[in-house]
Design a protein around this ligand. Structure first.
Ligand code: NAD
Ligand code: IPM
Ligand code: MN
Length: 351
């Protein structure tokens, strides 16, 4: 049976960058069946909701899902359940992709594209493992209302269960074993109970299942600072949903541009992975052919590697991106002037 890849282009630059990634997939893995469906604002416009049951079912029946980006000013004022971002959160939850892998590596050719000094980023290769289906993003209760004295308030709940921490920590340990063997677990155990619980659980789990892995802990604020001071000290960073989100945008700037950062979101074995660039829909440049397609193309690379079991095709894509950058191909965010299409063609030339 043919493997199935579902494209969910979404909004803003989403369709521009997923089209680029699909073009590459068709070349390196032509036998894969590629389908397409709506998510985010595009789905709201068509169906009134950011993710329909049908599309979720279609995603579940695929081998991998590649999502572009969701959101934009057009839908920003809608109530929460009608916002594009809810489509993405429901998709992550629906696929139960609890482990979000966000690698940050600095391509040799982009060492001088980062706002940080060459010696800080040269050779950088770290992996953020972000918990993706729990924590403050999903915790209950949450709301905007008034207390019994009539004082208006907004609140969210940061909560993690032991099994939720365990399953993502195991992934971090496993990934570290295939790398330099070091995991730095990040939280705010100094002020948050859920953070203290996270630290204790990860420590206990490491004692039981951490063979071959060196575990350290860092407070999230200090980690943000260390990420820009001396990022090469890190191998794998394990973080909850919210801190992992923030730290991965920070890490993006070490690589030269947010337009370079891919991600893979994985669930239990045998279920489809969700692959998406770390960047958003970039409304400021949407529709102008200015988007850097690398994050989406590298997300496709991760799909080929992690869900579609095609390491050779993945290697080809990775090498082609590196060679295109080496040959000087740059979109505007990287200081060049190539359009999305021209950058994609420059990568295809190197396949
Ligand atoms: P953003 O990532 O969309 O944009 C931040 C900045 O980075 C902008 O200046 C943008 O032009 C630039 N940028 C982003 N991707 C780029 C690319 N591929 N090439 C070149 N430049 C790029 O973040 P934002 O502006 O905070 O959010 C815009 C919308 O996207 C919001 O609605 C937000 O909720 C949504 N969002 C979606 C996702 C997702 O779908 N996974 C992720 C982040 C933000
Ligand atoms: C990301 C985004 C999303 C998140 C939003 C759009 C829901 O910022 O994928 O990093 O916060 O997880
Ligand atoms: Mn984010």
């Amino acid at each position: 049976m043919k493997q199935k890849l579902l494209l969910l282009p979404g909004d803003g630059i989403g369709p521009e960058v997923t089209a680029a990634a699909a073009k590459i997939a068709e070349l390196v893995a032509p036998d894969i069946e590629i389908g397409e469906a709506l998510v985010g604002g595009a789905s709201i416009d068509q169906h009134g909701v950011p993710l329909t049951d049908e599309v979720l079912a279609q995603a579940k029946a695929s081998d991998a899902v590649l999502l572009g980006a969701v959101g934009g000013p057009k839908w920003a004022d809608a109530e929460r359940t009608k916002r594009p971002e809810m489509g993405l959160l429901n998709l992550r939850k629906g696929l139960d992709v609890f482990a979000n892998l966000r690698p940050a590596y600095c391509f040799e050719a982009l060492v001088d594209a980062s706002t940080l000094k060459r010696n800080v980023v040269e050779g950088l290769d770290l992996m953020i493992v972000r918990e993706l289906t729990s924590g403050v993003y999903f915790g209950e209760p949450r709301g905007i209302d008034s207390d019994d004295k009539g004082v208006r308030r907004g609140y969210d709940m940061s909560i993690y269960t032991a099994p939720e921490i365990e399953r993502v920590a195991r992934v971090a340990f496993e990934i570290a074993r295939g790398r330099d063997g070091r995991v730095c677990s990040v939280e705010k155990s100094n002020v948050m109970e859920s953070g203290l619980f996270w630290r204790n659980e990860v420590t206990a789990l490491h004692k039981a299942h951490g063979d071959g892995v060196e575990l350290s802990h860092m407070l999230a604020d200090a980690c943000a600072m260390e990420l820009v001071r001396q990022p090469k000290q890190f191998d794998v960073i394990l973080a909850d949903n919210l801190f992992g989100d923030i730290l991965s945008d920070t890490a993006a700037m070490l690589t030269g541009s947010i337009g370079m950062l891919p991600s893979a979101s994985l669930g239990i074995e045998g279920t489809p992975g969700l692959f998406e660039p770390v960047h958003g829909s970039a409304p400021d440049i949407a529709g102008q052919g200015l988007a850097n397609p690398c994050a989406a193309i590298l997300s496709m690379e991760m799909a080929l590697r992690w869900s579609l079991a095609r390491p050779d095709a993945a290697d080809r894509v990775m090498k082609a991106v590196a060679h295109a950058l080496k040959a000087g191909a740059r979109t505007r965010d990287l200081g060049g002037d190539l359009s999305t299409g021209a950058m994609t063609d420059a990568i295809i030339d190197q396949l």
